[in-house]
Design a protein around this ligand. Structure first.
Ligand code: XUL
Ligand code: CO
Length: 442
């Protein structure tokens, strides 16, 4: 991948990040992520489809509820809206190509500032999309997914598609239409719906059934519009249980699958799972992955991690090798991502203020995923991990157990077998043994 700079260079002194192997002491090098190395029948680059998220990396200014921006970006300097958006895009493509990241993801409002005027917004988005097209062509960087931000503007305080006010819903539709147009124009491979405020704060003022029906109808219309306009990619729903609303309708993977099934959306929609959303729902990320894999719906992931002490979405860069090795075992056994990849929905900390910090964060994230994939592949190939799990269910492989699985036994027959076979011997689940096995391969 060629480095694509604009007129200004924003990350001066940093060259393209190279793979130098695990013994390298260079903090600006990959130690495990080797894009052309084949793992599980694909190059690492193809397997992961790593993506940089525009919002955290080029808009996220470090502000929090207690204080303003700590990241003051040189690409935000111009007072002209299109110049500012182009400068930001120059910075984005410079960073992405220096990192050798093959994909990026955006919300409409990440690319260019929006107003309250639908026509003006459409014009602005179309202008910056033209520029993005040039940048993509020059660099070879591709769009993993696009989305619309239907949660930041004050009009969405009670939701977008689930808003009790129809007029608000129409603005959500206008934004989604334009974001779909942008995604299609840029060859986007997928489109994401994250329902930030599609939920409720109090049931006292909420007709939950009606709101969910509106959401389903809205998703159908978006899908029909995109298909009509040639979009062949996958739609993803990104589950999250809470934050910003108290209770979101896309609570977790199982809830979303039930929703998609109920409203006849299962054919076109898959899941985009995020680590910190899983933990907020009281699950492990591994659990959410397994739910999606078992349904044949693992589309993509948003990579990050939460914090053991905080109960909110801290969106930190991933660095937990055990969590990711266990996750990669599930992803590998499940056949990988369907259409999607690994988007870093993660932000550097408020006090990470050097230009290099964005590089360290992404290098660390890509390396930890690569290391987890390599480890998981070895565990599956040359350890007894699979065998131990399979043997746990051996009593269903033959005889009466197999008859039960095939539906050939009645409840009375099961009762008779209990009498005949007597009290079972305890069988160990071997959890600590398996945990040690994972650590041995790490
Ligand atoms: C918010 C979140 C979003 C989605 C896209 O928690 O994850 O950034 O990924 O709207
Ligand atoms: Co996300």
């Amino acid at each position: 991948m060629n480095i694509i700079k604009g007129q200004k260079e924003f990350f001066k002194g940093i060259e393209q990040i190279q793979f130098e192997g695990r013994d390298s002491k260079n903090p600006l090098a990959f130690r495990y992520y080797n894009p052309k190395q084949i793992v599980a029948g694909k190059t690492m680059e193809e397997y992961f489809k790593f993506a940089c998220s525009y919002w955290h990396s080029f808009n996220g200014d470090g502000s929090d509820p207690f204080g303003g921006r700590t990241h003051v970006f040189p690409w935000d300097a111009s007072s002209d809206v299109l110049t500012r958006a182009k400068d930001k895009m120059d910075a984005a493509f410079e960073f992405i190509t220096k990192m050798n990241i093959p994909y990026y993801c955006f919300h409409d409002v990440d690319l260019i500032d929006y107003t309250d005027d639908v026509l003006e917004n459409e014009k602005r988005l179309a202008a910056i999309v033209d520029y993005a097209k040039e940048k993509q062509q020059a660099s070879g960087v591709k769009l993993l997914w696009g989305t619309a931000n239907l949660f930041s503007h004050r009009r969405y305080m009670n939701g977008a598609a689930t808003n009790p006010d129809f007029q608000v819903l129409t603005h959500g539709a206008a934004q989604v239409k334009a974001a779909l147009d942008a995604t299609i124009a840029l060859g986007g491979e997928n489109y994401v719906f994250w329902g930030g405020r599609e939920g409720y704060m109090s049931l006292l003022n909420t007709n939950m059934k009606r709101e969910q029906e509106h959401l389903a109808k809205f998703l159908h219309l978006a899908k029909d519009y995109a298909r009509k306009n040639g979009f062949k990619g996958t739609f993803f729903i990104e589950p999250k249980p809470c934050e910003p609303t108290k209770h979101q309708y896309d609570y977790d993977a199982a809830t979303v699958l039930g929703f998609l099934r109920q409203y006849d959306l299962l054919e076109d929609f898959k899941l985009n799972l995020e680590v910190n959303h899983a933990t907020l729902a009281g699950h492990t990320f591994q659990h959410e992955l397994q739910v999606a894999v078992d349904a044949g719906k693992l589309g993509s992931i948003d990579a990050n991690r939460g914090d053991y002490q905080n109960g909110w979405d801290t969106d930190q860069f991933p660095n937990d090798i055990n969590e990711l090795t266990e996750s990669m075992l599930i992803i590998l056994e499940g056949g990988g991502f369907q259409g999607g990849g690994v988007n870093f929905d993660a932000k550097i900390r408020r006090n990470s203020t050097d230009p290099q910090d964005l590089f360290y964060a992404h290098i660390g994230g890509m390396d930890i995923f690569a290391r987890a994939l390599l480890t998981a592949e070895r565990i599956l190939e040359d350890s007894e991990y699979r065998k131990i799990r399979a043997e746990r269910y051996a009593s269903f492989d033959q005889g009466s157990g197999a008859s039960f699985e095939s539906g050939a036994l009645t409840l009375e027959q099961l009762r008779d077998l209990a009498v005949e076979l007597g009290e079972p011997q305890p069988v160990s689940g071997k959890q600590e043994y398996l945990e040690n096995l994972i650590n041995r391969y790490i």
